[in-house]
Design a protein around this ligand. Structure first.
Ligand code: HEC
Length: 147
């Protein structure tokens, strides 16, 4: 009986040690991987973005330019601006009274850089215009369209 209890206690210790050694670092690794992601950092403001409003050449302060201020990365979110999700961006949707359209990498970068959507409609001035490198734009696109 005592032997069986000892064996059970030993097994619990081994399982706990295994959890601490293997599972915990793996979970932390996943978190740090996500926060290392360039698209995630640009979206949330951990990396600065260069932006201004249309017809206004003053640069916005970093804190005002981050996407998360106005957009959410979840469908059905009650944010100020449209949700930035694969469902919203990749499905045919009527935007601003225009014909149905969807985004791809090129039209996404265009709307960010010059504020014109896939059907040629100019966005409201509230959406900043960004000076993004191809790498930054592609990273944002991958982040917002990730399943
Ligand atoms: C200060 C608020 C604000 C910030 C910051 C902002 N946006 Fe926007 N964004 C808007 C608004 C408002 C609209 C809708 C404009 C319209 O319908 O005319 C919009 C529209 C868009 C659209 C077009 C969606 C559609 O319906 O066609 C995309 C894509 C987009 N934003 C991406 C971004 C990304 C990526 C960032 C960060 C790099 C960003 N926005 C930062 C306010 C903002």
């Amino acid at each position: 009986m005592a032997r069986a209890l000892n064996r059970a206690a030993f097994t619990i210790h081994v399982m706990t040690a295994l959890f601490l050694v293997v599972v915990k670092p793996a979970a932390n690794g996943a978190d740090s991987c996500r926060s290392m992601d360039l698209g995630y950092q640009l979206f949330n403001g951990q990396r600065a973005l260069v932006a201004h409003l249309r017809d206004d050449n003053r640069m916005l302060p970093d804190i005002a330019a981050r996407c998360i201020n106005c957009h959410d990365h979840a469908d059905n979110a009650a944010s100020f601006a449209p949700p930035l999700t694969s469902r919203y961006l990749l499905s045919d949707t009527r935007r601003r009274g225009g014909p149905p359209s969807r985004y791809n990498l090129s039209s996404f970068c265009r709307v960010l850089n010059v504020g014109v959507d896939p059907t040629g409609i100019v966005l409201k001035k509230a959406m900043p215009q960004y000076a993004l490198s191809d790498t930054e734009c592609a990273a944002l696109w991958s982040f917002v369209t990730a399943p």
